[in-house]
Ligand binder design. Sequence first.
Ligand code: SF4
Length: 235
Amino acid sequence: MKNNPLSLEHYQRPPLEAPHSADRILLHSCCAPCAGEVMEAIQASGIDQTVFFYNPNIHPAEEYQLRKDENKRYCDKLSIPFIDADYDTDNWFERTRGLENEPERGQRCTVCFDMRFERTALYAYEHGFPIISSTLGISRWKNMEQINDCGIRSAEHYPGITYWTYNWRKKGGSQRMIELSKQEAFYQQEYCGCVYSLRDTNHYRMSQGRTRIKRLVNFYGQNQKESDSIIAKSS
Ligand code: SF4
């Protein structure tokens, strides 16, 4: 890591160009670990950004609160405006009804992304942001194509709004995401967010002889060995 030109310490961030050379973006964020590197990349490009936290999928409420508080804390640190949107869980459960047993990256996730991006696009339209994007795409657990399809579809509801499909994982983005998370000691969540992903991740762990997820207790950098193995896999 020491002389790695893509590491946080050495990386020379190239300025990114948003679609249509826009200088203002509404960034949907799912959590601080995914958002940190994306926010840094946008800020280094001189693009004015506002973070939009709309994630009614996250369960239970205290998990939601911790993920939100951390994201707000990092926005405050970088002086980036943070929009705290609804936690309308009833709507989320309504929209995902019948999809409870879908696997991760399946149809339930499409509905979940659609819901979050539709609200992002609406807010962008009402508040004069020409570009939207999401931090969700930086996670290696996610299907980038699925996320981009949902983002583009949501933006199409509103004239003048474009979803930026930039691949935030590129050029060491995934690695810097982990480095930054360790530097900031962000909460290290172990499931995507909804009650079904919590259930399924626990089933998987138990089938592997592992313990259930311990929520709200793991923070990046606490377990050096585990964090380094994540870095190795995501590089
Ligand atoms: S697994 Fe993640 S993306 Fe899929 S429905 Fe649950 S919270 Fe949403």
